[in-house]
Design a protein around this ligand. Sequence first.
Ligand code: BGC
Length: 461
Amino acid sequence: MVIKFYDIFSKLICLFTSLFLSACSGNPANNQALKNGYYKFPEGFLWGTATSSYQVEGGIINDWSTSGLDAGKASEHYEKFEEDFKAAKGLNNNSYRFSVEWARIEPEEGKWDTKEVEHYKKVLQSLKANGLKPMLTLQHFTNPVWISKMGGWGNEKILTYFSRYVKYIVNELQGDVDLWITINEPNIYGFKGYDSGEWPPFKKDRNLALQVMKNELVAHKNAYKIIHETDKQDSDGDGKNALVGFAHHVAIFQPYFPANPLDDLQVYFTDKAFNDAIMEAVVTGVIDISIPGAESAKSPFDKDLKGSVDFFGLNYYTRWLIKSSGERLANESSEKNDLGWEIYPEGMLIALRKVNSYASKLNVPIYITENGLDDGKDTKRSKYIVSHVKKVWDAIQEGIPVKGYIHWTLMDNYEWSDKYGPKFGFMTIDRKMRDSANIYKEISGQNGLTRDLLEKYGVKQ
Ligand code: BGC
């Protein structure tokens, strides 16, 4: 359990850099953007919402539905996608993130369901017709039943099957997708499915959880190569072929008792394993996911892993205060969402700085691929959006290349083991638009935030 000197040193440098940068918030770029009368985002900035197949489509048979967590009809998006995309267009959005369901496309090993492929082709056509740039996720927590029977992501055999699925579906859908997301949140999936045991396959084996994260990284690297070998089209005519990345969940971890060095130490290790290890791996080409007391998941330098992203996707939701025991708690005095997660907009900027410390090494941009809250009464969502988007703007003023903000989510849906309790949507399941949608519509429509909006929600200018 030796903390290397250079790690502490680099932390201090980061701290110094972030202090320095916030002291520079009155820089010329900042003033330039403000001269236009509002907090304007760069031209071509993407505004959208995100969903995932199992959470919204309905009628899917996969490793969740057969494990007692059946989403049933979900939000019936499989049938209602046309009207949903019209609604997204009505929010002035120019982008939409969604996932395709592996279990639909390959319900039995090696058997491809062309009817389902046609469905996703129609989805892509409809997105195009509504002016929504697709951001397509290939794996968002769910698997075909036959994959789970052979050990799922805990068995390295999945790598061969995942690559074959990626090759098949990318070949079918190429030309209509600009932004490919290989895998959603390897860290959340690894820990929830294999460490805390909350999600299928309900394992409580930390060693295996770290291996799962490693397998997902290797699967991502393979998919990155396959997508670039398969999809050589510039589908939106921006002069670039498809871009490939993954969506990474970054949580802010801070000590529960700042004066307790043991809490600090726990924060250090949690942060490294949960937030940094995955980004570090694609930057260096070396996998090293370690937590004291568990067997590390490692692999030596791999030239194909190094630099295997054209962008980083950031999913940011909240901050956790960590005790030396590993327990994580929401800050008692802060405002929370209905799930008890702290509303902490400052964390958006902290997370972006962290992601950019890796992205800048590869010279690649960042997209916010998820950010949102469970707010059934819709009393907190508007302020949440304004305050988080303002932090994205602040990050851009620091020179962090953020290219889009994709809010989670368009409509209420099946929220994994919390089922239908949480309400993250701009719309209810019966497609009633909540008031906060108007705020998002305003922001997307004017590509930025007005001073009035910031004042209205008491967000610091
Ligand atoms: C996941 C989503 C989920 C959201 C809210 C993210 O970690 O990618 O699928 O619905 O969090 O819990």
